[in-house]
Design a protein around this ligand. Structure first.
Ligand SMILES: C[S@@+](CC[C@H](N)C(=O)[O-])C[C@H]1O[C@@H](n2cnc3c(N)ncnc32)[C@H](O)[C@@H]1O
Length: 233
């Protein structure tokens, strides 16, 4: 199986952003927890795990096939994902096509993740589970609790027209809770409750070296620059 054949919505520009952030952390920071909420068939989890060091644990959380009957998921999302044929077995099959060992799997609503990951231990948390304002608000609160100082949260679909609850929860966190954007693509936003500047420097250097993508622009949010990453051309 080729990585491109794993079902999902993990775009090349975000594959690159994950690589840059996770590789920079691995080169410059001590070991830390890796966490993903919402795995589907495992595409982004495989990418995160490829940066896991021997002394690190990747913990993933999903409802898998239980989403069909769980009242923790948004009804529209439950119907959609139940119809996709997703299951824990399918996640594990795809994951093991690329990685030797499974991650730690939490088969539960994403709100339960803080029972499984110790506070202030994570270097990277990817939020890609429920897409309503309430669910994303709760997942952002969990991310804040799990992340260590300077840790990075990646948030999916932060500007998707049909999922504006994600944007609402994101801007609540930025305006009321001190979340500071680092960079954004058309699909995901990368942020921290620490200082975004060191990771922005690393992203600029790695984007320049990549060749096919670049920092295409810079927004100012709360007086801090935010790097817009995209393909060239
Ligand atoms: C968009 S998919 C994840 C895609 C995956 N990260 C990738 O890039 O391939 C969303 C996943 O979140 C899960 N999910 C939705 N709501 C959830 C909830 N409240 N708790 C846990 N998982 C949930 C779904 O079962 C689905 O697998």
């Amino acid at each position: 199986m080729k990585f491109e054949e794993v079902p999902g919505w993990f775009m090349p520009i975000d594959q690159a952003a994950f690589d840059w952030i996770l590789a920079h952390q691995a080169e410059t920071e001590p070991a830390g927890a890796l966490v993903e909420l919402g795995v589907y068939f495992g595409k982004s989890a495989i990418a995160i795990d490829s940066h896991r060091r021997a002394d690190e644990v990747l913990t993933v959380c999903d409802l898998f096939e239980d989403i069909a009957t769980s009242d923790a998921a948004a009804p529209g999302e439950a119907r959609f994902f139940a119809a996709q044929g997703q299951s824990q077995a399918e996640f594990e099959r795809h994951f093991l096509a690329f990685r030797r060992d499974l991650p730690r799997i939490v088969r539960a609503p994403s709100t339960q993740i803080t029972r499984h990951v110790a506070p202030a231990t994570a270097r990277f948390v990817h939020l890609d589970a429920g897409h309503t304002q309430d669910l994303v608000r709760a997942d952002l609160a969990s991310a804040r609790a799990m992340l260590r100082p300077g840790g990075v949260v990646a948030l999916e679909a932060y500007r998707k027209p049909s999922d504006l609850g994600i944007a609402a929860a994101l801007w609540e966190a930025i305006l009321n809770d001190g979340l500071r954007p680092i960079a954004n693509t058309d699909f995901k936003l990368y942020a921290t409750w620490g200082d975004p500047a060191p990771m922005q420097g690393a992203i600029r250097r790695r984007a320049a070296a990549a060749g096919w993508c670049h920092v295409a622009g810079t927004s100012q949010v709360g007086g801090t620059p935010v790097l817009y990453l995209s393909r060239k051309g």
